[in-house]
Design a binder for this molecule. Structure first.
Ligand code: PGA
Length: 255
């Protein structure tokens, strides 16, 4: 059975104190989470160790870094390597979020390298993909996303890919309040699974968790999670509120 995942992406939000309060509130409110559901918290680097201590013993909770460097180590001031994350037992890392592709000019080759750094260190990458509005308006989203997968994700072999998670996040839906309809989400997730199946086979594709991201909130979660190829969500804005994110987690667990 595929893992169902509610992943929070705090981005560059919350003070340390606010973050710790949020995690404590979530842990109290989401006691009923169990297999095959997982809650993943992608928090800023300096908070990883403290959040890790807070969620210890809550076996369905796991942490993710929001990025790692594409090289193994060296004179790169301000950067964080996959090996460092691994040495802190951080199990997941976001790779290729559209904000990093845009504001940090991350290239598809660098993303392929980051994916390799993660799997070398037994970190499970959450690979983000998704098209901008102009591509969606032209109806070219399927080709666009297939290319993003081919140019970066497919550097992994089948074993490595089975450790990965994919997050489909149409750029026009991120932080805009405009969510993809459940039909649009299902169609793209189905497409992604087919593209992965063509490369790695049906079995690997059938086991891949594909998350939807882009203005997911408590009010649209049920509808999205009802789609057969939507295995969870990557949640930005709504993950900063304990009540909103708890409602999303509950909706996933009952889906
Ligand atoms: P959003 O962000 O939920 O605020 O749209 C999602 C994301 O960027 O991961």
């Amino acid at each position: 059975m595929r893992k169902k995942i509610a992943a929070a992406n705090w981005k560059m939000n919350l003070t340390f104190q606010e973050g710790m309060e949020l995690v404590n509130a979530l842990l109290t409110a989401t006691k009923a989470v169990q297999e095959p559901c997982r809650v993943i918290l992608s928090v800023p680097f300096p908070y990883l160790s403290s959040v890790s201590a807070l969620v210890k013993g809550h076996q369905w909770y796991a942490l993710a870094a929001q990025n790692c460097h594409h090289l193994k180590s060296g004179a790169y001031t301000g950067e964080v390597s996959a090996a460092m994350l691994s040495s802190m037992q951080i199990p997941y890392c976001l790779i290729g979020h559209s904000e990093r592709r845009e504001y940090n000019a991350e290239t598809t080759t660098q993303l392929a390298e980051k994916l390799m750094r993660c799997v070398e260190e037994q970190i499970q990458p959450i690979f983000c993909c998704g098209e901008p509005l102009a591509i969606r308006d032209k109806g070219e989203q399927n080709e666009y996303v297939a290319r993003q997968l081919a140019e970066s994700l497919f550097v992994l072999d089948a074993d490595q890919l089975s450790q990965a998670v994919v997050a489909y996040e149409p750029i026009w839906a991120i932080g805009t309040g405009r969510t993809a309809t459940s039909e649009q989400a299902q169609a793209m997730h189905h497409h992604i699974r087919a593209v992965v199946a063509a490369q790695y086979g049906e079995k690997v594709a059938g086991q891949l968790s594909i998350l939807y991201g882009g203005s997911v909130k408590a009010s649209n979660a049920d509808e999205l999670f009802a789609c057969p190829d939507v295995d969870g969500a990557l949640v930005g804005g709504a993950s900063l509120s304990d009540t909103e994110f708890t409602a999303i987690v509950r909706s996933l667990c009952k889906a």
